[in-house]
Every structure is written in structure tokens, then in C-alpha cells.
Design a protein around this ligand. Structure first.
Ligand SMILES: Cc1ncc(COP(=O)(O)O)c(C=O)c1O
Length: 395
């Protein structure tokens, strides 16, 4: 089936955080202005229709008319294993799969299960803000190994990484791969080096790989656990959320191959059952969602190319490049010589477009803005046109 991703599906009055969450969004301090004309391109979900087999599977579940406690059938685990084998050439046993209602939930559980208050947890800023909350909110300490911007590309500082991993207080590393917000996809060498350094210094790893299916066409993604021979110190977060736009169904699968780590994680988490909607969704998308995903990737690549060309023509002072992974773009507004507040004011208040201020990802990001691109292209075009207008006096 051919999907029409240009179609605008109105999400107002559907409990959408992006489209109906004005009060909450203001409370978070993300924007001051939010009204009927606001184009929200901040939180990472898509304004695009999901695969038809998913819609059919959910209909079947709804039509049953009873939504009680549910168990995971064999088909659930088989669908997950099949997907990772086929798309990423990665095999793990069924017992390694642990359900979680969300990836941020899983990060918090893992931090509590695997470290003690006061322990250091390594992250690579600028990075997805809930990494910091999972650390500081649980009284652990952020150890930052910033990614370094070199000629418009982010690179790893492995020397600094090793120095920080070698500190006796550092007990855990949270990897974001592909990296949100920079879109960096690590090479096998980079992954294996980081994993080896962590093993050498007894640092456990949570690899948050929930953007792993969303790399550009022609690019490959390697799970960190596949990059090393012994991956028993790695916990991998996978999810259908980002790939198939199902964040509201709450279904993350954490892959923990080591039985001791798995037991510690399970003890901290307590019993977690999934809804019949989450279970039927996982089975449907992993078994029948491939064709949709290939079409989606083509669409996102096209949108990113459009944004890149638009910026070159209309806002050459904004620097960006199409990232290898994720569906976000990280836009460097530093060329305008404005303060972060002035940049914010032009985008959020004048253009009435809601992006995400770079400082939220760490001070390294303060001159940047993150845009989520998986919306109908005409909506993205309207948002970018408004933003360009708000900066035209400076061009
Ligand atoms: C790296 C990363 N991890 C986790 C999440 C959120 O996952 P969940 O909705 O499963 O908690 C996001 C959402 O954008 C993300 O980018």
C-alpha cells in the first residue's frame, strides 16, 4: 500500500501533548506563546499516519470489548527477535527481552538498579534531557563527556571518555545511539572502543537505541551489543515508539542478556504488565511494518533535503547538515550573533513555531534549535517560511 504522508491529520482535541498540551508546555517553560496558530515541532512524535496493519490490529483488539490484564504470547517475543535479526542482523534470546512501559521509565529503573546515590553516570552532551533527570532526579551525579563539534560534525573525545570512565566513582554510561539531538550514528569502531573502555573500568552501559531504525536510506545502524564479542555489561533499550509513532501505546523492550543484571533490573522495576494494545501493536509492526518504514524513511529524507536547501537559500547563516540518524535536525543559529533568548523570541514568539531550545540538551547546545521533521511536508514548509521571515531583517 502507498501511504500519503503529505496528508494533514488534525491532532487537536486528541489529547496530543504537542497539539493540546499548551498549558503543560508553558509550564515546562518551553514557550510563552501557544495559540491556535502555533506550529508545534518539538516533542519527538510524528504527525504522520501509522502502518495500516497496526491500525487493523488495534481495531481487532478494540472490537473484542474486554481490555483486561494481559500476558505476552510467544508471538510477541518472536516478532521482536525477527525484526532485530532481519533489520540489524542482531540475535538475542527470548529470555533477554524485558517489557517496560517506556524508555525513560527504563532509564530510571536501570539507574536505580545498577548504581547507588552519589555514583557518577557518564553521558555525552548535548543530549536528550531526560538522561540528566534520570541521573540527578535519583541523586546520582552527571559525568559529562561532551561531543565535540569539528567542521560541522560531532566527534567523540575518547581520551576524555576513558579518563572519566576510569574514575572510581563512575559506574554507568548512558549511550544515546543514534544520538539525539545531533543525529550522530556511531561506527563499529567507536562503539567497540567505548564498550571496551567501560568493560576495562567496570562501568555498565545502558544503550538507548530507540532511534535505531531511523537512519537515512543507505546508512546502516549497528547496535552497540553487536559491536563487541562480550556484551554482558550492556543493557539495550529498543522501542516501537519512535520507529512506528506509537509513543502513546507505551511499549519499550529492554534487552538484557546477562541474567544477574536482568534480575537486578527486574527487582527494581517490579511487576509490569502491558496493555493488550501494546502487545498487539508490537506484533503487528514488527511483523508487517517494514514496507511502511521504508516509505517513511524516503519521506523523511526528502523533507530533510528540503529543509537543508531552504536554509542554504533563505537563511544561509543557519548551519546544519542532514544527520545520519534520527528524524530530528540540529540547527546552529550562532551565525546571527544573537543571544539564545533573542533567537528564541524570533522563532517562538514572532514566527509562532515551537521547536526545542538547544540549551535544554546541555550548555553545549545553547546556540542551537532542534526541529522534529516527521510532519507533513507542507506543515514543515510553512514553519520554515515563518522562521525565515522572522530573521529576514538580519539576512
Ligand atoms: C533518546 C530517547 N530516549 C527516550 C525517549 C522517550 O522514550 P519513551 O517515550 O519510550 O519514554 C526519546 C524521545 O524522544 C528519545 O529521544
Amino acid at each position: 500500500m502507498k501511504y500519503n504522508f503529505d496528508e494533514f491529520i488534525n491532532r487537536r482535541n486528541t489529547y496530543s501533548l504537542k497539539w493540546d498540551g499548551a498549558e503543560l508546555i508553558k509550564e515546562f517553560g518551553l514557550t510563552e506563546r501557544y495559540d491556535a496558530e502555533t506550529i508545534p515541532l518539538f516533542t519527538a512524535d510524528m504527525d504522520l499516519p501509522v502502518p495500516q496493519p497496526l491500525v487493523d490490529a488495534l481495531h481487532k483488539t478494540v472490537d473484542h470489548r474486554i481490555y483486561g490484564y494481559s500476558v505476552f504470547p510467544d508471538e510477541y517475543f518472536a516478532a521482536i527477535q525477527h525484526w532485530f535479526q532481519k533489520r540489524h542482523d542482531w540475535h538475542f534470546p527470548k529470555e533477554a527481552i524485558v517489557y517496560s512501559p517506556g524508555t525513560v521509565h527504563a532509564l530510571n529503573v536501570a539507574v536505580k538498579a545498577l548504581t547507588e546515590p552519589g555514583d557518577g553516570v557518564l553521558i555525552q552532551r548535548p543530549v536528550y534531557p531526560p538522561f540528566t533527570s534520570a541521573i540527578e532526579g535519583n541523586a546520582r551525579v552527571v559525568v559529562n563527556n561532551p561531543l565535540v563539534l569539528e567542521n560541522g560534525k560531532y566527534v567523540l573525545d575518547l581520551e576524555d571518555f576513558e579518563a572519566k570512565a576510569a574514575d572510581d566513582n563512575t559506574k554507568l554510561f548512558i549511550l544515546c545511539h543514534p544520538h539525539n539531538p545531533t543525529g550522530k550514528v556511531y561506527t563499529k569502531e567507536e562503539l567497540s572502543r567505548m564498550a571496551e573502555i567501560c568493560r576495562k573500568h567496570d562501568v555498565l552501559i545502558i544503550a538507548d537505541e530507540i532511534h535505531g531504525d531511523l537512519v537515512r536510506q543507505g546508512k546502516t545502524f549497528m547496535p552497540m551489543a553487536k559491536a563487541v564479542e562480550d556484551s554482558s555489561h550492556i543493557i539495550t533499550c529498543t522501542a516501537i515508539n519512535k520507529t512506528f509513532n506509537t509513543a502513546g501505546l507505551h511499549c519499550t523492550n529492554v534487552i538484557i542478556t546477562d541474567p544477574d543484571l536482568r534480575a537486578k533490573y527486574a527487582l527494581e522495576m517490579g511487576m509490569q504488565l502491558a496493555s493488550p494494545f501494546a502487545i498487539s501493536a508490537v506484533i503487528a509492526v514488527y511483523n508487517e511494518g517494514e514496507d511502511w518504514l521504508d516509505q517513511l524513511k524516503e519521506y523523511i529524507d526528502g523533507t530533510m533535503e528540503w529543509i537543508e536547501t531552504f536554509l542554504k537559500e533563505k537563511m544561509p547563516k543557519v548551519k546544519t547538515s542532514i544527520p545520519d540518524g534520527t528524524y530530528v535536525m540540529w540547527l546552529d543559529f550562532g551565525g546571527y550573533g544573537l543571544t539564545p533568548d533573542e533567537i528564541h523570541d524570533r522563532i517562538y514568539n514572532q514566527a509562532n513555531v515551537l521547536l526545542e531550545d538547544g540549551h535544554l540538551f546541555g550548555e553545549e547546545g545553547s546556540q542551537f534549535q532542534r526541529i522534529c521533521t516527521p510532519s507533513p511536508r507542507p506543515l514543515i514548509q510553512e514553519a520554515m517560511t515563518r522562521i525565515a521571515k522572522a530573521f529576514e531583517d538580519l539576512s
